[in-house]
Design a protein around this ligand. Structure first.
Ligand SMILES: [Zn+2]
Length: 94
């Protein structure tokens, strides 16, 4: 098997590339104060503290988010967040 570099949830050092080495999706590196988190470049809307999805809000990785979809929580306002690419990469899901 051919060895290829891959992204992890957190990196000690910022990668010197701005795309996923597996699927070539554009990556935005977010520094949380300790580690670098490679995220999808496009923000998504989420509800914090409502589910089990991981997302980065204001440089903080949360483990209890729910992805927004219209009408699921009509009384809550969703917020913009970035998703760590390890959870969206279709090559890593294979
Ligand atoms: Zn990828």
């Amino acid at each position: 098997m051919l060895w290829r570099d891959r992204l992890w949830m957190k990196h000690r050092h910022k990668g010197d590339y701005d795309f996923c080495p597996l699927c070539y999706a554009p990556i935005k590196w977010v520094y949380d104060g300790v580690d670098w988190i490679p995220c999808d470049q496009e923000p998504v809307l989420i509800y914090p503290h409502q589910g089990k999805e991981k997302a980065v809000i204001r440089r903080e990785l949360l483990f209890d988010c729910k992805l927004y979809s219209q009408g699921i929580m009509p009384n809550l306002r969703p917020v913009e967040a970035l998703r760590p690419h390890v959870f969206t990469c279709h090559e890593l899901k294979k």
